[in-house]
Write a protein that binds this ligand. Structure first.
Ligand code: G3P
Ligand code: MG
Length: 245
């Protein structure tokens, strides 16, 4: 059984501090820390040539100057894209970071992290293998964690097999009826689920199973307090300036 990570605080910066800086960039990770978050979450996927990068969507256009599927471009093309100006002129010149660069930033800033494996369609196994290999080679000694998570069961099975000693959390939108079977099969020790579908009974059910429940994405401080009162262990927030431990 994988140990549950005791270091995870109540507030986890979502994609860094996605409400304050361009998501999944180094400036966003740093901003989360500046606002007081000691942990962040970010999404890892692959370029066509297998470079692990921080990026959320399957396509480039929402959060960069590119267009088309992320998995359709080699890293040298992706690196040239503008990834900050869409969020605000003052962020112009921001680049899409590699996962190793993000790990380096965690060490520099002293931040823990939840690494969400976010494969491009059909790319779960390779994305999980490369992400796990990089974690085992380069996760900084000075930083706690990580917690690995994914919506993708195939990716989580790879993580279970490659990194059995690292905490892994199954990610859900709406909690399926067979959530417990899946969590046990994948040897996860935490559940991450959507704020849209959470209710107090569900929190109790997961707590009765002895698992921490972490909820995304919570940007309203009153809602965060309600969830805390129900027994939710952590919230992922775009606004770590508003939601505090
Ligand atoms: O890992 C929590 C949360 O980030 C999951 O949803 O779409 O924001 O990656 P998403
Ligand atoms: Mg995510």
């Amino acid at each position: 059984m994988t140990r549950s990570n005791p270091d995870v605080p109540f507030v986890i910066g979502h994609r860094g501090a996605a409400g304050l800086a361009p998501e999944n960039t180094l400036v966003s990770l740093r901003r989360a820390r500046r606002e007081g978050a000691t942990w962040v979450e970010f999404d890892v996927k692959l370029s066509r040539d297998g470079v692990a990068i921080l990026f959320h969507d399957d396509t480039l256009q929402r959060t960069s100057s590119g267009n088309g599927p992320v998995g359709g471009f080699d890293f040298d093309r992706i690196r040239k894209l503008e990834a900050g100006a869409w969020f605000g002129a003052s962020f112009a010149g921001t680049r899409i970071p590699t996962f190793p660069e993000a790990m380096q930033m965690l060490a520099t800033e002293g931040i823990g992290a939840n690494v969400e494996i976010k494969p491009n369609p059909g790319d779960a196994q390779k994305t999980a293998e490369i992400t796990c290999r990089l974690i085992s080679e380069a996760w900084p000694d000075s930083v706690p964690g990580p917690v690995i998570s994914s919506f993708d069961a195939e990716a989580m099975a790879v993580a279970r097999d490659m990194l059995p000693g690292i905490e892994r959390a199954m990610l859900f939108g709406r909690l399926p009826n067979d959530w417990k079977r899946l969590v046990e099969e994948l040897d996860c020790t935490a559940v991450h689920a959507s704020n849209r579908h959470v209710n107090e009974m569900m929190v109790q059910e997961i707590r009765r199973a002895g698992l921490p429940l972490r909820i995304y994405t919570v940007n309203d401080p009153a809602r965060a307090e309600t969830l805390r009162g129900w027994g939710v262990s952590s919230v992922f927030t775009d606004r770590p300036d508003l939601i505090k431990d």
